[in-house]
Design a protein around this ligand. Structure first.
Ligand SMILES: [Zn+2]
Length: 90
């Protein structure tokens, strides 16, 4: 998802730009430490706010962009994501 976002917004071709690579590394690190592991709910619903506020905002920006586009790549995941996400976006 971060790759999709980076390609569209930062013109990344094969590799993520430095910013996005850092964000991805951070997210993976947090997910690795998440007590929910693979059974982790969507982060909106996650009771453990494992991202610090700045990183959380960036992850949410990426998710907002990539979420709807995930339909074409991971239909099941995307539908589950949409079902679980609040519909507060315009
Ligand atoms: Zn980027």
């Amino acid at each position: 998802m971060i790759r999709m976002y980076c390609r569209a917004h930062h013109g990344a071709k094969k590799n993520l730009c430095e910013d996005c690579a850092g964000l991805l590394a951070y997210a993976q690190e947090r997910i690795a430490q998440c007590p929910f592991g693979d059974g982790k709910p969507v982060c909106n619903k996650c009771t453990v706010h494992c991202y610090n506020p700045g990183m959380r905002a960036r992850v949410q920006t990426v998710m907002r962009y990539a979420g709807p586009r995930m339909i074409w790549h991971h239909p099941i995941l995307a539908i589950r994501h949409l079902l679980r996400s609040p519909t507060s976006d315009p």
